[in-house]
Design a protein around this ligand. Structure first.
Ligand code: ARG
Length: 457
C-alpha cells in the first residue's frame, strides 16, 4: 500500500521534490487548531447521526484530543510527504489509534475540510483584529482629549490652509478606523458560515447533519450550495480587502507621524521605544516603525491582488490553485496585527509639541479665510472679499509680515469695511472657535465629537 492517503490508484510515487512543490504543510500547519476543531465536530456529528458507532467515535475523539494536547505543546511533527495539515493529522490519528482513525474522513473531503478550517481561523482572527482596532481608537481618543485646545495648522496640498484643533486632526483617523472596524464586523456574517458537509463538491450519500456540525463549531449558518461551499474564497478576498484599506489608513497616519517628527516640523516627538538610531550618525532618531507600517501597506495590497488573480477564471469547483489562498492571508494577518499593536503604542506615547504648533499657526497666512469671511459678513460678495484678502496677503509677503501685523490704515486701503475688530477674528484661536458647523473644528464641536466617539468604543 502506498504511503499516500490517496495512493491506491497509483503505480508509482512522485519524487520527493515534486511532492514538496505540491505540499502546503509548510504553511497550513497554522490551521492545526482549527483542523482538529473541525474534525471533532465532524466525528461527533457522525456519531449522533448513527453513521459511526459510539465506540468508534469515542476512540477517534480520544485520539483527536491527544493530538490537540500535542499541538498545544508543539509536539507534532509534520511531514512534507503527507502534503498538508489534513493528511498529516489523519496519518497521526491512525498511527495513534489504529485503522478506526480512517473512519474520521467518512462523508467529508479535504475540500470542505480546508474551507471549514479557513472559516474557523478567520472568524477568530477577525475578532482579534477588531479588538486591536478599538485599542488604537482608544489611544487616539486619549491624545485627542488632551489636545482639544491645541491649535495647529491644517493643510491642503501640504500647504498651510486653516487653523484647526489638533484633536480634530487626530480624530480623523478615529473615524477612518471606525469604518474599518465596521467593515471587518460586517464581513463576519460571511465568515461565520460552515462549508462542512459539502464533501468534495456534490454533498454526500451519508445521512449527515450539516446544521449540527455547524452548531458544534459555533457557526451561525451553513452554505446552501455544496459547490459554492468548496469554491468560495471571497470571504478571504474580503478580509484582504478590508485589511488593505485599514493599512491604507495606517500608512497615511504613519506618513504624517514621519513628517511631524522631522526637524522641519517638530510637531511631535516619538517615544524612544518606537524609534531607532543610525549606525553612523549619532544624532539620528528615526521613525522606523511608522516607515515600516507605511511600507507594509504595499504587501497587503499585493496579497489582495494575488488572491484576486488566483481566483480569476478558475472553473468550479475546487482546483489546486486555491491552495494559494493561504500564505497571503497569513501574511496579511500578521502584518495587520503587528501594525495595529505598534501604532497603538506609538500614538499613546508620542509627545505633542504644543509650543511649536502654537508658533507655527501664528506665523502663517492660514487665517486669510477669516479675513475674507469677515468682509463677506459685512456684505461684500465673497469673490470680491477673496480678491481683497489676496491683495492684503501679497502686501504682507512683500513686507515680510503676517496679517495680524498689518496696520489698520494699510488694510483700509483695500477696503473701508475693515475695522479694528478684524484683529479679533484673525486670531487663530478665534478662527478655530468660530467654526461651529456640525463636524467642524470649533472646540465645542470637537468636544462633542470626542464624546460621541467614546460611546462607540
Ligand atoms: N492543501 C489543500 C488546500 O490548501 C487542501 C485541499 C486539497 N484538496 C484536493 N482535492 N487536493 O487547498
Amino acid at each position: 500500500m502506498s504511503s499516500k492517503a490517496w495512493g491506491g490508484r497509483f503505480q508509482k510515487s512522485a519524487e520527493a521534490w515534486v511532492d514538496e512543490f505540491g505540499a502546503s504543510i509548510g504553511f497550513d500547519q497554522q490551521l492545526v487548531t482549527e483542523d482538529l476543531e473541525g474534525s471533532i465536530a465532524h466525528v461527533t456529528m457522525l456519531g449522533k447521526c448513527g453513521i459511526l458507532q459510539a465506540d468508534e467515535v469515542d476512540a477517534i475523539l480520544k485520539g483527536l484530543h491527544t493530538l490537540q494536547e500535542k499541538a498545544e505543546n508543539q509536539e507534532l511533527e509534520f511531514k512534507v510527504e503527507h502534503e498538508d495539515i489534513h493528511l498529516n493529522l489523519e496519518k497521526m490519528l491512525i498511527d495513534l489509534i489504529g485503522p478506526v482513525g480512517g473512519k474520521l474522513h467518512t462523508g467529508r473531503s479535504r475540500n470542505d475540510q480546508v474551507a471549514t478550517d479557513m472559516h474557523l481561523f478567520l472568524k477568530k482572527r477577525v475578532t482579534e483584529v477588531i479588538a486591536l482596532i478599538k485599542k488604537l481608537q482608544q489611544a487616539i481618543v486619549e491624545q485627542a482629549e488632551a489636545h482639544i485646545d491645541t491649535i495647529a495648522p491644517g493643510y491642503t496640498h501640504l500647504q498651510r490652509a486653516q487653523p484647526i484643533s489638533f484633536a480634530h486632526h487626530l480624530m480623523t483617523y478615529f473615524w477612518m478606523l471606525e469604518r474599518d472596524q465596521q467593515r471587518f464586523t460586517e464581513s463576519m456574517k460571511r465568515i461565520d458560515v460552515s462549508p462542512l458537509g459539502a464533501g468534495a463538491l456534490a454533498g454526500t450519500t451519508f445521512p449527515i447533519d450539516r446544521e449540527l456540525s455547524a452548531e458544534l463549531m459555533g457557526f451561525s449558518a451553513v452554505y446552501q450550495n455544496s459547490i459554492d461551499a468548496v469554491s468560495d474564497r471571497d470571504f478571504i478576498v474580503e478580509f484582504l480587502s478590508n485589511s488593505s484599506l485599514l493599512m491604507a489608513h495606517l500608512s497615511r497616519f504613519a506618513e504624517e507621524i514621519i513628517i511631524w517628527s522631522t526637524d522641519e516640523f517638530k510637531f511631535i516627538e516619538l517615544d524612544d521605544a518606537f524609534s531607532t538610531g543610525s549606525s553612523i550618525m549619532p544624532q539620528k532618531k528615526n521613525p522606523d516603525m511608522a516607515e515600516l507600517i507605511r511600507g507594509k501597506a504595499g504587501r497587503t495590497y499585493g496579497n489582495l491582488m494575488g488572491l484576486l488573480t488566483v481566483l480569476k477564471g478558475i472553473p468550479l469547483a475546487y482546483n489546486k490553485d486555491m491552495q494559494e489562498d493561504k500564505e497571503g492571508m497569513f501574511d496579511t494577518l500578521h502584518t495587520v496585527v503587528g501594525s495595529l499593536k505598534i501604532f497603538e503604542g506609538m500614538v499613546r506615547t508620542m509627545v505633542v509639541n504644543e509650543e511649536v504648533l502654537h508658533k507655527a499657526v501664528h506665523n502663517d497666512f492660514s487665517n486669510a479665510t477669516e479675513l475674507a469671511d469677515y468682509l463677506a459678513t459685512k456684505g461684500m460678495p465673497f469673490r470680491e472679499a477673496h480678491e481683497v484678502t489676496g491683495k492684503l496677503v501679497f502686501t504682507c509677503i512683500q513686507k515680510g509680515i503676517y496679517l495680524l501685523d498689518l496696520p489698520l490704515e494699510e488694510m483700509q486701503k483695500e477696503s473701508t469695511l475693515l475695522e479694528a475688530d478684524v484683529y479679533d477674528v484673525l486670531a487663530p484661536v478665534a478662527a478655530v472657535k468660530r467654526r461651529h458647523s456640525l463636524g467642524g473644528t470649533g472646540f465645542e464641536q470637537v468636544t462633542k465629537q470626542i464624546q460621541h466617539a467614546k460611546t462607540l468604543l
